[in-house]
Design a protein around this ligand. Structure first.
Ligand code: XMP
Length: 234
């Protein structure tokens, strides 16, 4: 699926399933500023992904991303079953880190998403300090080159590590691809939507700064305005 005009916000609804549904209802007036709602492992471990999606679809038509939160990093057969099950539950896109289990798992993640008709989103780099200290220096580039070959259209890169974000944007621009960058790390982890979008983020991923806000709708609108300002400076 295409998440549409950039920039827009991916709302990370890391709260209890019924609260996530209430949040979706509250955010309906900002439908055009929201690329998708992101559901996660907490929902799967609570009432289940299928039930959460069913409840969500009763009140809203937001595109839904499933983020198993560092999921899809297993043997290729299990990766495929995770993707197909998420798709069967009614999800539109899945975020995974399949390369954590090597190139074959990454390939299976992409081919399964394709055959299920859902969008593959690959997390390339995390936001917290030291997250990739065990990687070799050229690891992100190798993964990037491989996902380009596989036709991945969306990556996740840190919205609070501006130099890294700049690097990913440069790789995408040099490749001439239309690949989009989704970025967590904004708000609760210090990244600023305006700055991240100016540098390279297309879709800020924001959770706590929205769902913990007294007025989540206003929070989305403010983050969106800030993202638009960043986009105009590109
Ligand atoms: P917050 O509340 O920090 O939620 O806005 C972020 C969401 O994004 C998911 N996620 C990450 N978060 N660094 C993060 O801070 C990452 O590298 C990352 N990758 C994904 C997180 O699980 C939460 O749902």
């Amino acid at each position: 699926m295409d998440f549409g005009k950039t920039p827009k916000i991916v709302v990370s609804a890391d709260i209890a399933p019924n609260e996530a549904v209430q949040l979706a209802e509250k955010l309906l007036p900002a439908r055009d500023k929201i690329a998708a709602l992101k559901l996660g492992s907490l929902h799967a471990m609570d009432v289940g992904l299928r039930e959460t999606i069913k409840m969500m679809k009763e009140v809203s038509d937001f595109p839904l991303i499933y983020d198993h939160q560092k999921g899809c990093s297993d043997i290729p057969d299990i990766v495929e079953r995770q993707v197909l099950l998420a798709s069967d539950c009614g999800i539109d896109a899945v975020i995974g880190v399949p390369h954590g289990a090597g190139p074959r798992s990454l390939e299976r993640f992409c081919t399964s998403c394709k055959s299920a008709g859902i969008e593959a989103i690959v997390l390339l780099e995390m936001t917290h300090e030291g997250a990739h200290d065990y990687h070799k220096e050229d690891t992100p580039r190798k993964i990037f080159d491989h996902i380009m070959e596989l036709g991945v259209r969306n990556i996740v890169a840190p919205g609070n590590k501006y130099e890294r974000l700049r690097e990913y944007r440069k790789w995408i621009d040099e490749s001439g691809s239309e690949m989009k960058i989704m970025s967590p790390g904004i708000g609760a982890q210090g990244g600023q939507a305006e700055k991240a979008v100016e540098i390279g983020t297309d879709y800020p991923i924001v959770g706590r700064a929205i769902y913990l806000s007294e007025d989540p709708l206003k929070a989305v609108e403010e983050i969106y305005e800030s993202a638009v300002r960043g986009y105009e400076k590109r």
